[in-house]
Each structure stands twice: as structure tokens, then as C-alpha cells.
Design a protein around this ligand. Structure first.
Ligand code: NDP
Length: 481
């Protein structure tokens, strides 16, 4: 009989996703450009009873109509090439889902292209790596609502689940039209970058205060039992506890301190710049990775620059560790606030009707940033109309309580020479957005001085200019900006 779902791309992600569908009882068709990969999957997983095809024509013929196809190939040219081979073989009403890490503007373009052929295109952000793909990822699908009625329940079936009062809640929900799903996935990754940077800074501070890697592992394990409970904190403890077999040292001490990246963090920052959304803590995380991977810069600066060596003198170690925990929680909240604000602004810009509470809800399991905090965030967005996460009743209260700790940590780190671009930018964001008045008044004065860019007054309507080069009187001006 014909297959209910077809998966294109039999590399690690696609094959695991196909097995996930099969495990949920779906008759699953598989196809890969290179047959050898399909053959290997068939041999390794006879239990899945895959319907395999050597040609894309056979593959398309093996699917029941309207056809549902998920593409899991190399993002970019691979996705476009796959789409181009499929289009002439498909019929109006068929649904193509791209589960790869596509840039959301590519998804918008592809959705438009397929729509012109009366085909549905769903850009689904999928997070959770290869384990998630097999056991239940977090899925962020964007496309027409009509297409979601055809593929939504299948995607929800294979997604991660969170136990709820009315049974298991799937970590998959309709996000919005065209590129919205991939946009939300992109922001998820941006938050993931920030989360990891903050964790690194917390570890630096603990190490600076004299904790060994194993002691820090214990601290992170302890933190994982409270408000910081999350996948990343949990695996931090595991990585810090790992001993290198060759040297007997902590593994973390023998890993080269140069972090790689594949681009989704950079996309998030680029998009925050394009939309004018302050997301400095996410940006700092991307820049920190860039700095780590700039050996020439670091070599030159290391030999040129003086300063304290990162040793943090603490009188009360337990109190300091608690301060760092609070600072880490605060910084994490700021990254979420920046990322979710970016989603909110993008939704207006691109015409998406995105439920921010739902985004937080489907990040609670399956994905890399899964965390206990997301329960609170999701509930707060569901219960309140929030401009920013930071005004949520329980969030603002916890930030207020943690404020002294957060400030102490930033001050101590600064004095000790521990680089904390994440913690400090997060605190600056907190102070910037809550400020009664900002230094932008002076900036605008300067802009008026050198460029006649004009300013508005706090006490009168209108646009004004001071005649800086003349008698310095004020005149009403035509707003040039
Ligand atoms: P890869 O990104 O390594 O891509 C390999 C697959 O793409 C192979 O099936 C390959 O076919 C196919 N492919 C490449 N170029 C073309 C082309 N021009 N035409 C047709 N097929 C092509 O596979 P992964 O499994 O690692 O990732 C798949 C997708 O999932 C990617 O978009 C990736 O970004 C995303 N991903 C998501 C992760 C997550 O956590 N959500 C983690 C990892 C990846 P062939 O065998 O013939 O070469």
C-alpha cells in the first residue's frame, strides 16, 4: 500500500526522522539522491518497513495523495535542488515540508514559488539534533494553515512531549505563515548561543574563585535541581566532570578554546540589526565565539595588554557561588526577553500572527534550550499581554530579588579581569530599558549639531533645530528623519 509520509534525505537527520515516523505507526517512504545511503538505512532498520525508492519518480508515486513529503537535506542549494526535482512530479494540493536549517527568507521565497504551482510549502524548524529527530524533536512549522491541517497531527505525533494536566502536550504547534517557523527556530538558536555563553562565563567565575572542574561540575549539577533546571546546565555538569583519558586532566582543560559556529546565531543578530531590535546579549555570544576563533587578535592582545589575571578573591565561597547562580538566571532571562521581543517585532514586520506563549511552550522539551524556565515564560505570556518578558509579574519579581547578586558578580568579574560580555551586556540591557531617560538625548543633540538632524522636545510638539553655527537660537524645523 502507499506511504502516508515521505522523507527525502537519508543522512543522519532524515533517517532518524523517518524512523521516528515509522515508530509512530506511519507507513514511511524514503528517498536519497545517492541510493547507497538509502540501502544502508534499509539494511540497518528492517523493523521500520520503509518503502524505499531508487528514483524520485518512484518515490513520488509511492505516496498517497495529497502527498506529504519532508525534505531533510543539506540546507541551501541542496534544498533548492530537491524542490526543483519534486515540483514537476507533484500535483496541486501536495505538501512539501522543509525540515532543514533554512534561512527564513529562503523559506519565504520557496513558499511563494511552490504556491505558484498550487503546492503547499511548510518551513519547519526542527531542533534537538539527531537524538531529537529519532526520539522527539521540538518542531516549529510555518506555512499555510490549510497545510497544517494535513501535516500538523503527524508532526505533533513525532515531536517531544511534555506531561500536562490534560495529557501529553506536543512540542509542535502551528507558528504562522511562510518563513515564520524557520524564523522562530533561528531565534531559538540565537538564545542557545547566549545560554552557552552565560554558562561559560559562570564557569570562568567559578574557576576564577578556585573551584576545580569537578567541583564546578557538582555546582552545575546542584543548580540543575532548581530554577536553572535545563538540558544545557545538565550537560555542562557532565562535560566538566569528564576526565581526559590521555592526560588525566579535566577534558575541558585540553580542548582548544576556539568555539565554532554554523551561522544561525549570526543570522539572529543580523536580523536583530535589520529590524532594529536590541539583542546585544545574543550578539555578544556570537562575538565571543568569533573572538575565541581569532588567534592573531588574541596573540597580539595577549602580549600587549595589562590587567588582572582572572583570579576572583572570595571570602565566602558558598555566597559567591549563589551570586553567580542568580546572575546566570538573570542573564538567561534577558536573552529570552531579547529573543522573544525579536520574534514579536518580526511578526509585525512580516505579517505573521505568532503566539509567543506557544513558542515558549514548544521549546520545553526536545530542543537544546529546553528548560524549566520555559514553563514560567509560556504561562506568563499566556496570562498577560506582554510587551517584554521582563514585565511579567513573576519574572520582574525574581529579577528584582536577584539584582544585588547580579550586580556584585558583574562588579567582581570586572575587577578581577574575567571577561563577561554576556552577563554585563545583559545587566546593561536591564538598566537601559528601565531607565527613565537615556543618553540618547545627548546623542540627538550631537546629531543636530553636526548634521542638523533635529530633535523633539519633552515639553512641546514639533521638530526643532538649534542654529549651532549661528546665534544658537532654536528654530522649528522640518523633520528630516
Ligand atoms: P547534511 O546536512 O549533511 O546533508 C546531507 C544530505 O543532503 C544527504 O542526504 C545528501 O544526499 C543531501 N544533499 C546534499 N546536497 C544535495 C543536493 N544538491 N541535492 C539533493 N540532495 C542533496 O544532513 P544532516 O542529516 O546532517 O542534516 C539535514 C538537515 O537538517 C540540514 O538542513 C541541517 O542543517 C539540518 N540539521 C538540523 C539539526 C538539528 O538539530 N535540527 C542538526 C543537524 C542538521 P547525498 O547522500 O546524495 O549526498
Amino acid at each position: 500500500s502507499s506511504a502516508q509520509i515521505g522523507v527525502v534525505g537519508m543522512a543522519v537527520m532524515g533517517s532518524n526522522l523517518a524512523r521516528n515516523f515509522a515508530n509512530h505507526g506511519y507507513r514511511t517512504a524514503i528517498f536519497n539522491r545517492t541510493w547507497a545511503k538509502t540501502e544502508a538505512v534499509l539494511t540497518a532498520h528492517p523493523e521500520a518497513h520503509f518503502i524505499a525508492s531508487q528514483t524520485v519518480e518512484e518515490f513520488v508515486d509511492s505516496l498517497e495523495k495529497p502527498r506529504r513529503i519532508i525534505i531533510m537535506v543539506k540546507a541551501g542549494a541542496g534544498t533548492d535542488a530537491t524542490i526543483d526535482t519534486l515540483i514537476p512530479l507533484l500535483e496541486p494540493g501536495d505538501i512539501v515540508v522543509d525540515g532543514g536549517n533554512a534561512f527564513f527568507q529562503d523559506t519565504r521565497r520557496r513558499e511563494e514559488k511552490l504556491r505558484a504551482h498550487d503546492l503547499h510549502f511548510v518551513g519547519a524548524g526542527i531542533s534537538g539534533g539527531e537524538t531529537g529527530a529519532l526520539e522527539g524533536p521540538s518542531i516549529m512549522p510555518g506555512g499555510s494553515e490549510h497545510s497544517y491541517t494535513y501535516v500538523g497531527s503527524m508532526l505533533e505525533d513525532i515531536s517531544a512531549k511534555v506531561p500536562g494536566p490534560n495529557g501529553d502536550e506536543p512540542c509542535c504547534t502551528y507558528i504562522g505563515t511562510d518563513g515564520s517557523g524557520h524564523f522562530v527556530k533561528m531565534v531559538h538558536n540565537g538564545i542557545e548561543y547566549a545560554d552557552m555563553q552565560f554558562i561559560g562565563e559562570a564557569y570562568d567565575l567559578l574557576a576564577g574563585a578556585g573551584l576545580s572542574a569537578a567541583e564546578a561540575a557538582d555546582v552545575f549539577a546542584e543548580w540543575n535541581t532548581g530554577d536553572l533546571d535545563s538540558f544545557l546546565i545538565e550537560i555542562t555538569s557532565e562535560v566538566l566532570r569528564q576526565t581526559d583519558a590521555r592526560t588525566g586532566k579535566p577534558l575541558v582543560d585540553v580542548i582548544v578554546d576556539a568555539a565554532g559556529m554554523k551561522g544561525t546565531g549570526t543570522w539572529t543578530v543580523q536580523e536583530s540589526l535589520t529590524l532594529g531590535v536590541p539583542a546585544a546579549s545574543i550578539a555578544e555570544a556570537v562575538f565571543a565565539r568569533a573572538a575565541s576563533s581569532s588567534p592573531e587578535l588574541r596573540k597580539a592582545a595577549r602580549s600587549a595588554l595589562e590587567g588582572p589575571d582572572g583570579t576572583v578573591t572570595v571570602e565566602d565561597r558558598a555566597a559567591f557561588v549563589e551570586d553567580v547562580r542568580q546572575a546566570l538566571w538573570c542573564a538567561k532571562v534577558i536573552a529570552y526577553a531579547q529573543g522573544l521581543h525579536l520574534i514579536k517585532v518580526a511578526a509585525v514586520e512580516y505579517g505573521w500572527d505568532i503566539d509567543v506563549a506557544a513558542c515558549a511552550r514548544i521549546w520545553r522539551a526536545g530542543c537544546i534550550i529546553r528548560a524549566k524556565l520555559l514553563d514560567r515564560i509560556s504561562n506568563e505570556y499566556a496570562a498577560n499581554d506582554l510587551e517584554t518578558l521582563l514585565e511579567a509579574p513573576s519574572i520582574k519579581a525574581m529579577l528584582a530579588e536577584a539584582n544585588p547578586s547580579w550586580r556584585r558578580v558583574v562588579a567582581r568579574a570586572t575587577e578581577a579581569g574575567v571577561p563577561i560580555p554576556g552577563f554585563s551586556s545583559a545587566l546593561s540591557y536591564y538598566d537601559l530599558v528601565r531607565a527613565e531617560r537615556t543618553n540618547a538625548a545627548l546623542t540627538q543633540g550631537l546629531r543636530d549639531f553636526f548634521g542638523s538632524h533635529t530633535y523633539r522636545r519633552i515639553d512641546t510638539e514639533g521638530t526643532f533645530h538649534t542654529v549651532w553655527s549661528g546665534d544658537r537660537s532654536e528654530v522649528e524645523a522640518v523633520d528630516t528623519h
